[in-house]
Write a protein that binds this ligand. Sequence first.
Ligand code: ADP
Ligand code: MG
Length: 357
Amino acid sequence: MYFCGMLENKNPSKTSLSSLGEFALIDHLTNTVELTQSSSVMGIGDDAAILDLSEGQTLVTTDLLIEGVHFDLSYMPLKHLGYKAVIVNLSDIYAMNAKPNQITVSIAVSNRFTLEALEELYSGIQLACKNHTVDLIGGDTTSSTSGLTISITAIGSAIDKQVTRRSGAQENDLLVVSGDLGGAYAGLQILEREKAVFKVNPNNQPDLTNYAYSIERQLKPEARKDIIKLLKDLDVLPTSMIDISDGLSSEIIHLCKQSEVGCDLYETKIPLDPQVISTSEEFNMDSTTVALNGGEDYELLMTISQEDFPKIKGNPNLTVIGYMTEADRGLHLVTRGDTKVPIIAKGWKNFNEKDTE
Ligand code: ADP
Ligand code: MG
């Protein structure tokens, strides 16, 4: 179902990139692109795109994704990869309480990829653009000696000039997270396990129905545009905000460091999907550790003033998981057994000796 032996150009009906040339390739991949934002004056086709950013603050963010380091094409369909590559950038713009408007996409591809494979990648990129009303306004295309590299830059604008930085958290603010955590990491464990099984027996297509939620969290993450709208509707301006790309503990450390505060995080409050709990049990992992260190959930972690608590109370999309303290008290997880354990950044990447930063 998710295992794709689609990359090698063994099928003669697939088109090799060398038969097209760079300009025909760019044209082929981008000829359906339409501009929707009033700030996009000129997109693909000239030496540079033209934007008209007449008012407010502009936000810019970039991510670089490298095959074998950040993604594995044996279980990541290219359409999903394209979608996710855009989402991780949009998530950074939303995490500033801003709205993404444009992206550029730069790719380096080896001749192992076919035109059809890049069409898949671009269908995912364009779907993410459509879902988030973002314009694809340019990029660069080059060959590589091995594998696929994707770099995406997103450009956004602040909503009502109210940008939220990592540095604004105050003592006694509430620590709040959107959605639930650990799903993307649980999904990754399942995919890695099934990949190992598949290597031994390629005819064995796994039944992944029981893991659908976690696998979707890994392969098709969403950026929480809806949370930015919700906060605006509730009239809540977070004092600080960050998106969860590396795991809850490392994001809490970022907020505390930059805001010069401490934090008490309550283990019992961390929102977990039942599938994450059962998958953690299956893999002999502690579900709290999965939520703390898993990463790639792309939920939003924020601090809000206690005064705003009544506005978010009972909202199923937002969970209070702790509160900020004075810096000297440090960063702690208050466990189920009511003991205090220091919060340390221990990404799975270090654990696996595999850097996925
Ligand atoms: P230059 O040689 O000036 O860098 P290119 O031929 O690389 O120009 O690009 C031509 C146009 O196509 C530019 O508008 C550029 O932004 C766009 N473009 C190139 N590669 C991509 C890509 N992978 N995705 C989207 N747009 C692209
Ligand atoms: Mg170029």
